[in-house]
Design a protein around this ligand. Structure first.
Ligand SMILES: [Zn+2]
Length: 147
């Protein structure tokens, strides 16, 4: 951080707090709300699935802790775990693509994964999510949840 010269310690602290508040505000702005999510899903569907996956609703849920995303093809609804919030965009996009693909192909057979190959960061995103799960299972690692 660039701190203007000749500040008293109190001024400096106040200035740092202002900058931190600004950063926090930017951070929260980056979190997608439900309508952003629907728009994003539409764009991903256009880009990778020729617009064939058309969800009726896409939203965040907080009651989903063991799965990153889920969908109900009969209703065309997609739900994403709030645990994805704050993860890199390509990871959120992957989970969206995954659920969009389920609107076209149920289950995880070869046809499903072939469809997902259209999204170029599938492997990387899966690795990231596997890493998150693995880190959570290592109780003594700093930053891991639980004890
Ligand atoms: Zn799946």
């Amino acid at each position: 951080m660039l701190i203007p010269a000749r500040m008293s310690e109190a001024e400096e602290q106040r200035w740092v707090n202002v900058m931190l508040d600004k950063l926090a505000a930017q951070e929260s702005r980056r979190t997608l709300d439900d309508s952003d999510l629907a728009e994003r899903a539409r764009r991903l569907s256009d880009q990778y699935f020729d617009g064939r996956a058309r969800p009726a609703s896409v939203r965040w849920v907080t009651n989903q802790n063991t799965r990153w995303g889920s969908c109900t093809p009969s209703e065309g609804s997609i739900r994403l775990s709030h645990r994805l919030q704050g993860m890199p965009e390509y990871v959120v996009d992957y989970v969206l693509c995954h659920e969009l693909a389920h609107l076209l192909v149920p289950g995880h057979g070869p046809r499903f994964w072939r469809l997902l190959e259209a999204y170029p960061r599938t492997e990387r995103a899966r690795g990231y999510l596997e890493g998150v799960v693995a880190a959570e299972r290592l109780p003594h690692l700093p930053g891991a949840r639980g004890t």
